[in-house]
Design a protein around this ligand. Sequence first.
Ligand code: SF4
Ligand code: SF4
Ligand code: FES
Length: 232
Amino acid sequence: METITLTIDGRTITAAPGQSILEVAEANGIRIPTLCHLEGLSDVGACRLCIVEVAGQLVPSCTTQAVDGADIKTQTDTIKVHRRMILELLFAEGNHVCSFCASSGGCELQDLACELEMHSVTVPYSYPRNRIDATHPWFLIDRDRCVLCGRCVRTCAEVEGAHTWGFAERGSSARVITDLAADWGEAESCTSCGKCVEVCPTGAIVLKGASNAEMRKDSDLVARLTERRDHE
Ligand code: SF4
Ligand code: SF4
Ligand code: FES
């Protein structure tokens, strides 16, 4: 089998051609923080939290292919400063008051804040006030807790095949929508499978009725489903 050899944080590693830097790092027990990446889905490089340094350039490891001879660093001071700023901006542009969130204690954004030791936010908050859409009989979306990772969009399209979720607008107005901006309860393409609830890393999409810290997600669901599908 053809292999490539590269260096990650000074360790010499052998990998298969075509693997992403993130895949190679994970296969070798090297931790790189991620948010939009989810095993079983395509990678889109949306959150930029998985940045690594290659030849002095910061690149997202989930969408950058590992190449022979590459010298990759995952923990430089520059990376830490940028990761921390990206995380702060995600908190500042939404409403992430964990003490009032159903996903508190089971939230990947909260976990990243702990891992990266983000004790405070040093940029101004946006204080958005988007309407919560609770029109679906079982689920709701609070877009002020959405980090635009697109996991719901990709899961609904790539795994369920319903294509209910999509993106609308750009920049600070960007948001996820159901069926061309219909209320979720009116979205005819939705099969109510609940997969988007399980993969949403924050408290943006949750089960109705879940109170503070009651919501727990099954983020491995997609990996299990796609593995079974690919072996059928
Ligand atoms: S419940 Fe299923 S079909 Fe409906 S939006 Fe979520 S993933 Fe798509
Ligand atoms: S609703 Fe959840 S899964 Fe969808 S883009 Fe926002 S944070 Fe990601
Ligand atoms: S995990 Fe790589 S850009 Fe989000």
